[in-house]
Design a protein around this ligand. Structure first.
Ligand code: GN1
Ligand code: MG
Length: 372
């Protein structure tokens, strides 16, 4: 593992550095858990190298996160929660900065490690996913009075699906690494659904659904689940907190968490939408969000799951055709496998769309209570 000593020494950590462990699950940034010992204390921190090819303004990312976490802390305190466990805390550099820029031009940041809780790459207990729904719903709720205009747009038009489709068309035309001929089926799958891509952006531009402060990367592995209670305690990975649609967060959470398989499962027979998990998340989410969602948002909840899955598939496919420049890959063809998994899930969601819509309505009517 790379030597982190020099980076570590720039931050205001308490104690003596003992070593680091790499966390390899994110696709963009590099993450390490670093261990410190004091006289009679032992403490962990999270140290991350921000991918500045993806996040072109790392300082803007950190300003957003500082402002959002301050806001969350105030709200959590008002509600008699525990801000040290329920919101990320940035550890500044010894010079009091939110970021350290190394001599190699890398950008590093640090957070407190929240003990007694962990993330999961897949839902192991369905009730965890219910709690994830509550936690993401609450996150949107706590940020509903945050001044959205003060946020930097850390990645422009991040969930603008028509723009993602245009990006795909561009890399198909360029065919820079000669992979287009092998994926015509996948390209056709996307093109047959091109009308779907504009649904949410059109609803937003005509004002039928509002711009809110959203997370935009609501994978189940971005929630800390408490070891004791099984509840979602803290939302992680705030790099893409920006003005967006509540539907982006709902849809992306279902895409990742309600699948019967991992995001990169190569055996497509194993990939489907798990309706039980869909129900759990939706119930938790609506407990928090039904107060503020408008009827148009509610009407498109089930559709948003399909759209965000299609969008993510488009992004993986485009990156495969572009020579794997954006998402970190662990094996050749990894982005294509990820894209195929997304498209299988889209097809399964299409087959189950009316059932998904009925589930949303049943939850709203109160027919589907806990354990249902
Ligand atoms: C990336 O880095 P990570 O794993 O949290 C990506 C998301 C994708 C996701 C797919 C900034 O998230 O948009 O949905 O991979 N983040 C960025 O797993 O592009
Ligand atoms: Mg993440």
């Amino acid at each position: 593992m790379r030597d982190l000593q020099e980076i570590v020494s720039e931050f205001d950590f308490a104690g003596r550095y003992q070593g680091a462990e790499e966390c390899t699950t994110g696709h963009i940034n590099d993450t390490f858990f670093v261990q410190f010992e004091g006289e009679d204390t032992s403490k962990r921190y999270v140290l991350q190298r921000i991918n500045h090819h993806v996040f072109r303004q790392p300082a803007g990312v950190m300003e957003n996160i500082a402002a959002v976490t301050d806001h969350l802390r105030r709200k959590i305190r008002d509600r008699k929660g525990d801000p040290s466990r329920e919101a990320l805390r940035i550890i500044p550099t010894k010079e009091g900065q939110l970021l350290y820029r190394s001599q190699h031009g890398e950008y590093w940041r640090a957070y407190d490690f929240i003990e007694g809780a962990r993330t999961y790459q897949q839902v192991e207990k369905p009730v965890h996913f219910y709690h994830a729904g509550r936690t993401f719903g609450q996150f949107q709720c706590l940020l509903s009075d945050f001044p959205a205009e003060s946020l930097h747009e850390t990645i422009e038009r991040f969930h603008d699906t028509p723009k993602r489709l245009a990006d795909l068309r561009r890399v198909v035309d360029a065919d820079s690494v000669g992979r287009v001929a092998g994926v015509q089926r996948e390209i056709d799958f996307v093109l047959q659904r091109s009308d779907d891509t504009a649904v949410i952006v059109d609803l937003m531009s005509e004002g039928s659904i509002p711009l809110r402060v959203t997370h935009n990367d609501t994978k189940f592995n971005n929630i800390l689940i408490d070891d004791e209670t099984g509840e979602g305690i803290c939302v992680l990975d705030l790099d893409t907190v920006m003005p967006g649609s509540a539907l982006y967060d709902f849809g992306d959470a279902i895409r990742f968490g309600a699948s019967t398989a991992k995001e990169d499962e190569p055996n497509l027979d194993l990939v489907a939408l798990d309706l039980e998990l869909f129900t759990h998340f939706t119930r938790g989410y609506l407990e928090m969000a039904r107060e503020f969602l408008n009827p148009m948002e509610i009407k498109h909840l089930a559709f948003s799951a399909k759209l965000l899955t299609l969008e993510t598939g488009i992004r993986f496919l485009a990156d495969y055709l572009d020579g794997d420049q954006y998402f970190r890959i662990e094996r050749p063809g990894h982005n294509l496998e990820r894209a195929r998994t997304q498209f299988k899930l889209v097809a399964d969601m299409e087959a189950q769309m009316s059932v998904m819509e009925d589930i949303v309505q049943s939850i709203l009517r109160g027919d589907l209570k806990e354990g249902a």
